[in-house]
Design a protein around this ligand. Structure first.
Ligand code: UD1
Length: 433
């Protein structure tokens, strides 16, 4: 797609809105699509294979499209058919990622490790800040430097080069960063010698990436634990892989049902992946039963407050579920407390929820939610992806009509959310603004 065409599309997307008529208890079954946060590093990982890889259950999301555009720019042949994406990476023609493609998605920094490992050099623009705060990449850069990559910062660009192969090293992360752990896995898979990651991120998406890389011929053990060992191999080949279900999308649908006094069966979810969230939903009075790949939730007549929700690295309560769960507690019979430990600017949805009548006070990392009897429909802006999801949860439960604008944020992570919600009885429409 040409730049001008893309800008035009973006302009259209920017003015679309979701109109929600609230107050309908959701009920029914819904299947969860593949995980955005797995698909992005998996697409980057295909670069290492030097042949064709096939990813199934790859969601149709704007962030995934952005990753595909980066692959196409690099010279890969990419074809999508339904939720299957085939990537042929045998002929790469570029080693850089232009600034406009980098800016589309902050997490494109994960391409750094993959391109550097495959081509021995890359030039990408600094991803910069985002709606959640500054989001530094110091851990990514220091880790890749430890593997022998020379990185020069040049007016907003990172010029990276290695003479020969990267070299295995022991890397102790100061914080278990998901993205930095992924970048190390990608860079170290074909490095010379063994790499050890200490204090690695343990998210399910890390395991998914390691499993794909192992299917491509890598030798990674310990993924999902705090110490990961990567024995570098000379070359990887392509592989076929099915992306894990999106645990945050699953949690969001559970919140939608809980907020509306509904009853839902969420299918194609791995209950263990949301084990940090389910006890919090139970505290609100929801009844929950888990199957092998499903979660059933029945909401109580009146939601109860939760004592304290502290966002933590996996297996703790995920920061990505903080906003949707906060919308639930806005309607609880009492006071709930949230402590956001992962991102410094992740309460932007609070001001929007206040427009709907929520009573929430924020001081630094802490948000105190005093439940109200009723939320009222209002015009609100999605401030970021999960903040936008929180407004949908609130809008579904509110009295009257809620109009959510800036929904391009929501489309980054939820595949046609209005269609999914309508299948559960919700009155939601996507309209031009
Ligand atoms: C990933 C997820 C995001 C989720 C987050 C935390 C993707 C595409 N995104 O983001 O949805 O909210 O994990 O679970 O998978 N940090 C540094 N220096 C660094 C890297 C990170 O200080 O070099 C800090 C960040 O500013 C943040 C914290 O570490 O405060 C967590 O970041 P990280 O785990 O890296 O999140 P992402 O990989 O960006």
């Amino acid at each position: 797609m040409l730049n001008t065409e893309r800008l035009l599309c973006e302009r259209v997307l920017f003015v679309e809105q979701l109109r929600i008529r609230g107050g309908v208890p959701l009920s029914g079954e819904i299947a969860v699509h593949g995980a955005k946060n797995s698909s992005l590093p998996l697409l980057a990982a295909t670069i290492l294979g030097k042949s064709q890889s096939v990813l199934h259950n790859c969601p149709r999301l704007s962030d995934v499209d952005a990753a595909i555009r980066i692959l196409s720019y690099l010279g890969c042949a990419v074809e999508r058919s339904g939720d299957t994406v085939c990537v042929d990476t045998s002929q790469l023609t570029h080693f850089d990622v232009p600034e406009d493609l980098m800016r589309e998605m902050r997490s494109s920094i994960v391409f750094l490790g993959a391109i550097a490992a495959r081509l021995g050099k890359t030039r990408i623009s600094f991803p910069g800040g985002c709606e959640l705060g500054p989001r530094p990449i110091d851990l990514h850069l220091s880790s890749l430097r430890a593997l022998g990559l020379s990185i020069r910062e040049d007016h907003g660009f990172l010029d990276c080069e290695v003479n020969g192969r990267l070299k295995g090293a022991t890397i102790s992360l100061a914080f278990p960063s998901v993205g930095a752990t992924e970048n190390i896995l990608l860079a170290a898979a074909t490095a010379e010698g063994t790499t050890q990651i200490l204090n690695a991120a343990q998210e399910p998406e890390i395991i998914d990436l390691a499993e794909f890389l192992n299917a491509c011929g890598a030798k990674i053990s310990g993924a999902g634990k705090s110490t990961v060992v990567i024995e570098g191999v000379e070359e990887l080949h392509g592989a076929e892989h099915t992306v894990i279900p999106d645990r945050i999308v699953a949690a969001t649908y559970l919140c939608c049902a809980a907020a509306t006094g509904g009853e839902i069966l969420v299918r194609r979810v791995r209950p263990d992946d949301i084990a940090g969230i389910l006890p919090v939903l139970e505290q609100t009075g929801c009844r929950i039963y888990t199957g092998e790949q499903s979660v059933y939730l029945k909401a109580p007549g009146q939601l109860k407050p939760v004592k304290s929700v502290r966002t933590m690295p996996y297996p703790g309560f995920p920061t990505d579920a903080q906003a949707p769960v906060m919308s639930l507690t806005a309607l609880a019979d009492g006071t709930s407390v949230f402590v956001e430990n992962i991102f410094e600017n992740r309460y932007k949805h609070v001001a929007e929820l206040a427009r709907m009548g929520a009573d929430i006070k924020v001081e630094g990392k802490v948000a105190v939610v005093s439940g109200v009897r009723t939320l009222y429909g209002a015009g609100v802006d999605a401030t970021d992806l999960r903040g936008g999801a929180a407004l949908i949860v609130a809008g579904l439960a509110a009295e009257g009509e809620t109009v959510v604008s800036r929904i391009h944020h929501i489309d980054r992570g939820y595949e046609q959310i209005e269609t999914s919600l309508r299948s559960l009885g919700a009155q939601v429409e996507r309209r031009p603004g």
